[in-house]
Write a protein that binds this ligand. Structure first.
Ligand SMILES: [Zn+2]
Length: 842
């Protein structure tokens, strides 16, 4: 490869060794935006020049020779040229600090933009790469550098990389530019964290995490880290979050780099999580790869399932077990839509393949694995995982290969359970009831009628799932039972005071409790594990959304959480309260809803105070920040907004120190009703910032201003040249999250659509943007969105669009059914006269 960074082009010389099973006059490869200079095919002593014909739609090149290439081995030699594009795909151009970089992002179907290839995951090959680059630049690839020599030509040097093990084309990596690396190691594997030179001081947090994670994986997996080194590279422009290229993981800067002196707990955790995810892929994805993209969950679901394990061992105080439960819940929310998809879904075009990288692949995939693991036991599950890796390493697998191995190793019907969850869309509902007879009790669990999604899915039998259901009662360990079409019952020696029918919240199902059982659980909230409290809140909210319970039942439950101090549980509650405020509060009830939220949360903030005490844990800091955000956003508490604005002013004026976790919250709260002067200060601050957390704190903080003139400025800024195209969709998504800016943002988005489309790129940006439109809650906007995208097609977000439209419909139906009931419930909770006066005055 010879990239020319100034001209934004590259030239390539390629040799592919193939084995033909039968003679053929043609060979077809994938190629996109490639110009062929010369192609020859050599078999035995015969070399023939091939004619090249291109099919841009299919992204294929056909080589034709006069005499058929005989069966057996042959070499295809290709000289070609390509472009370093600005679309962040293939081998593309990135810029920072007046320097240029060439970087790859090849998943799913963009290796063909860098080199003509059999660009499908099942065609595994070894790759030997050599790059000729400018003096002063470095090159990083999958293999370690085995030689680096001057020339050819003045001002150039040639870097040769070690040949890779067998792997898929989409995992090939190359980064060229003035990268600098910090080195470490674990288990004798050299690890480097690389960045642009100005950010070298920000790689330490990631290096420490990478070393701990690698050591953990080497213990968990029977196959030790299978590649000779690991490079992790922060790239100035990167479309995805990070990419697990074999032994050369590439990243967007904000997920890898941090100033160790000012990093918040949340940013540090996120760096650990993403690293653990990409490093898990070195086994799940890179070593064992799905045979075709329909099983992408074998990569992504597994990496999401695995990512929490090393962190639980290394940093138990991060409570990754609760992040898992929150992730399960968000998967179930999406999976409750009629427009959801099964984990394994057909996809043939690049657009269809791209859309499979969704929450169903990542989060539902992981949730199902966690359920199975909890059911068969951690150690048997680990043995099954290792047997699967051993059998399919350096090769490809399908879902059946995994559950077949697990069934054999564990002796449990894993195949039966998994087949249902992988091939059937939707979330099972489990009815739980309890009957007491004298001193003994009996708990019955049964499946509800199949959800609409699964009943209507084409070709799906409407039979039931086989679900491992685990039940817990006071003072008893959990009991698990497999629930299929028939109800199952669990006997208790006494009549239980309460029943938690998803013990530890490991199950991928929602529980329908009777009203009496809910009341009993609400009274016993403190006896439930934090994970179970998250499940309870989420199940109950889902039942309100599904029209099966009234909002009053949820509000009663919510009141029982006023003393909640576990951040993951508190945030689950606060997210729901924000949704209720947006969707169900009307002009008539909004003030009393806000006052109620204030009365629920204010005592906790008063008790904690605004200043961290010495020795406070990260968790306590998170609780304070969550309370401040909710009191600002959902309660619109004037005192909280005032305090936040005072603090941010002092911080901006005189660098008065603020705890970084709290700072992230107050930047958003102070922007509520904020003016142009504050807006300008945020913008200036984001430009000055040298570390990513500080930069994005203020950049995305601009999205929290609601003054129409400022919303217009934000949109101009997003479309303009200063905001990187990798940030366009995320920035806009944040703007659409702001209920007071949402309507105007949608209007501006339509007006500027062509510019935005060009800038966001396709693969990752458009689905995120379109998904964010699902936050509207009225049928008029729904019709506008439907009409707009009927004439502005986005093939890579077709299912996402349907899901966004369905979410709007569901929300507006919910509002029609429950708004009056919310108002009624609030009337019964009217705050004292003093508090009400305060509300009216704002
Ligand atoms: Zn991944």
């Amino acid at each position: 490869m010879t990239p020319n960074l100034q001209a934004a082009t590259f030239a390539g010389t390629e040799r592919i060794s193939v084995t033909l099973k039968k003679p053929s006059p043609t060979i077809v490869l994938n190629a996109a935006e490639i110009e062929f200079d010369k192609v020859t095919i050599k078999s035995g002593a015969v070399t023939q020049e091939a004619r090249v014909s291109l099919d841009p739609t299919k992204e294929q090149a056909t080589f034709t020779v006069d005499r058929p290439v005989p069966a057996g081995t042959a070499d295809i030699n290709i000289q070609y040229r390509g472009i370093l594009n600005d679309q962040l795909r293939g081998l593309y151009l990135s810029k920072a600090n007046n320097r240029r970089y060439a970087v790859t992002q090849l998943e799913a179907t963009d290796a063909r933009r860098m080199f003509p290839s059999f660009d499908e995951p099942a065609y595994k090959a070894t790759f030997s790469l050599t790059a000729t680059i400018d003096q002063g630049d470095h090159a990083i690839s999958n293999g370690a550098v085995i030689s680096d020599s001057p020339g050819p030509g003045a001002g150039k040097h040639t870097v040769k990389f070690d040949t890779t093990p067998k792997m898929s084309t989409y995992l090939v990596a190359l980064a060229v530019g003035d990268f600098e690396c910090q080195s470490g190691s674990a288990d004798n594997i050299p690890i480097r964290i690389c960045s642009t030179p100005d950010k070298k001081g920000q790689t330490g947090v990631a290096l420490e995490a990478a070393e701990a994670i690698l050591r953990y994986y080497d213990k968990y997996y029977a196959v030790k880290y299978p590649f000779k080194k690991l490079d992790v590279v922060a790239v100035p422009d990167f479309a995805a979050g990070a990419m697990e290229n074999t032994a050369a993981i590439f990243y967007r800067e904000t997920l890898l780099l941090a100033d160790p002196k000012s990093v918040s707990g949340a940013a540090r955790t996120q760096i650990g999580v993403v690293l653990a995810h990409e490093m898990a892929h070195q086994w799940f994805g890179d070593l064992v790869t799905m045979r075709w993209w329909d099983d992408i969950w074998l990569n992504e679901g597994f990496a999401n399932w695995m990512e929490t394990k090393p962190l639980k061992a290394w940093k138990p105080e991060w409570h990754m077990e609760l992040s898992e439960v929150r992730s399960n819940q968000s998967a179930m929310t999406l999976d409750s839509l009629k427009t959801t998809r099964p984990i394994r879904a057909e996809a043939w075009t690049p657009a269809e393949i791209g859309e499979l990288f969704d929450q169903i692949a990542y989060e539902k995939g992981a949730a199902v694995l966690r359920m199975i693991e909890a059911w068969v036991g951690e150690e048997p599950f680990r043995q099954g995982v290792n047997a699967y890796i051993e059998r399919f390493k350096y090769g490809n697998a399908r879902a059946e290969d995994f559950w077949g191995t697990l069934t054999k190793v564990t002796g449990k019907p894993v195949d039966k359970v998994m087949a249902g969850f992988v091939d059937r869309p939707g979330v099972p509902l489990v009815n739980a009831s309890v009957t007491c007879n004298g001193s003994a009790g009996s708990i019955a669990v049964s499946q509800d009628a199949p959800s609409t999604a699964s009943a209507t899915a084409a070709g799906q039998p409407s039979a039931s799932w086989t679900i491992p259901v685990c039940v817990r009662t006071p003072g008893q360990p959990s009991t698990c039972t497999e629930v299929a079409s028939a109800a199952a019952s669990i006997r208790e020696n006494s009549c239980p005071a309460w029943v938690m029918a998803n013990a530890g919240a490991r199950g991928y199902y929602r529980v329908v409790y009777s009203p009496e059982m809910i009341r009993a659980l609400a009274r016993a909230v403190d006896a439930l594990a934090p994970s179970e409290r998250i499940a309870l809140l989420s199940d109950e909210w889902a039942l309100v959304r599904a029209g099966r319970h009234d909002i009053g039942a949820f509000m009663d439950l919510a009141q029982g959480f006023r003393t909640e101090r576990t951040p993951a549980v508190l945030n689950t509650l606060l997210d729901r309260l924000a949704s209720i405020g947006e969707a169900l509060a009307t002009d008539a009830s909004r003030a009393s809803y806000r006052a109620w939220v204030g009365s629920l949360l204010k005592p906790a903030l008063t008790e904690m105070g605004w200043t961290p005490r010495t020795g406070e844990t990260d968790e306590q800091k998170e609780v304070r920040a969550a309370l401040v955000s909710a009191l600002g956003d959902s309660a619109r508490d004037p005192e909280t907004i005032q305090s936040a604005r005072g603090m941010i002013q002092a911080h901006l004026d005189s660098n008065q120190p603020v705890d970084p976790t709290l700072l992230n919250a107050i930047v958003g709260v102070a922007a509520i009703g904020g003016d142009a002067a504050l807006y300008d200060r945020y913008r200036a601050r984001s430009k000055q910032a040298s570390d990513p957390e500080e930069h994005y704190r203020y950049l995305y903080g601009l999205a929290d201003f609601s003054d129409p003139a400022l919303v217009r400025r934000t949109l101009d800024y997003i479309v303009g040249p200063e905001v990187r195209s990798q940030d366009t969709a995320l920035f806009l998504a944040r703007l659409l999250l702001n209920p007071d800016a949402r309507r105007l943002a949608w209007e501006l988005l339509q007006a500027r659509w062509d510019d935005l489309q060009k800038k966001t790129g396709q693969v990752f940006g458009s689905p995120l943007l379109i998904s964010s439109l699902g936050q509207f809650c009225d049928t008029n906007t729904r019709s506008e969105i439907e009409r707009f995208f009927a004439t502005h097609k986005v093939p890579e977000a077709e299912r996402t669009l349907q899901q966004a439209l369905e979410r709007i419909s569901t929300c507006s139906e919910l509002a029609a059914a429950q708004s009056a009931k919310l108002a009624e419930w609030l009337q019964g909770k009217a705050p004292a006269a003093g508090a009400r006066r305060e509300v009216e005055e704002q």
